[in-house]
Write a protein that binds this ligand. Structure first.
Ligand SMILES: CC(C)(COP(=O)(O)OP(=O)(O)OC[C@H]1O[C@@H](n2cnc3c(N)ncnc32)[C@H](O)[C@@H]1OP(=O)(O)O)[C@@H](O)C(=O)NCCC(=O)NCCS
Length: 158
């Protein structure tokens, strides 16, 4: 399944991640996160039936990606990222909207995620899209050690 959406400057295509995308995704992870996933973690996610992985493209270039996990009525947004030069152009919004459609079709009741409390941009993005804080998980992250805010979006409301 893929979808195309236009903004003033980008023509964003969303499609399923493939194994050929992973070297580029691995490089972006290194660039964008202090505690990046390994390339192997992405290969493992692709191989599992309960995982979904998407890329966002502009003019054939990967400009964003996201992964999610479905466990019965529960779903998890495990990561989402957009290259710096393409931020605030609705790339993450389109990735998230695609995931919300999929998890609703799978009859999930809610979508969960963890985020660093210092990641104020991501928290603003999640709040804008219907997520609310559930609780704080102490010392969840490494490099640097930090609590996680666990946020939820109830899919009836989204
Ligand atoms: C968080 C992230 C994925 C958002 O991607 P994006 O494509 O820039 O987000 P969008 O353009 O779809 O944003 C939609 C709305 O979310 C909110 N938002 C997004 N980024 C924001 C920021 N840095 N500050 C405040 N609000 C923000 C705004 O309401 C925005 O609408 P607006 O631009 O009209 O004001 C991106 O900043 C990123 O890749 N960050 C680094 C990786 C990361 O931290 N991922 C999350 C890990 S938990």
């Amino acid at each position: 399944m893929s979808s195309v959406g236009k903004t003033s400057k980008l023509t964003i295509t969303i499609r399923a991640m493939t194994a050929e995308d992973i070297p580029r995704i691995g490089a972006l992870e290194q660039e964008l996160f202090p505690d990046p996933w390994s390339e192997n973690a992405f290969y493992e996610a692709l191989a599992e039936d309960d995982w979904g992985s998407l890329v966002a493209l502009d003019d054939g270039e990967i400009i964003g990606y996201a992964c999610y996990l479905i466990i019965d009525v529960e779903s998890h947004l495990t990561n989402i990222a957009v290259v710096e030069s393409c931020r605030r152009k609705s790339v993450a919004k389109q990735l998230l909207e695609h995931i919300l459609r999929v998890v609703k079709e799978a009859e999930c009741e809610y979508l969960l995620l963890e985020v660093r409390p210092t990641n104020t941009g991501a928290i603003a993005f999640y709040r804008r899209h219907g997520f609310r804080q559930l609780y704080r998980r102490p010392n969840y992250y490494r490099n640097p050690v930090e609590d996680a805010l666990v946020m939820v979006c109830y899919l009836d409301d989204a």
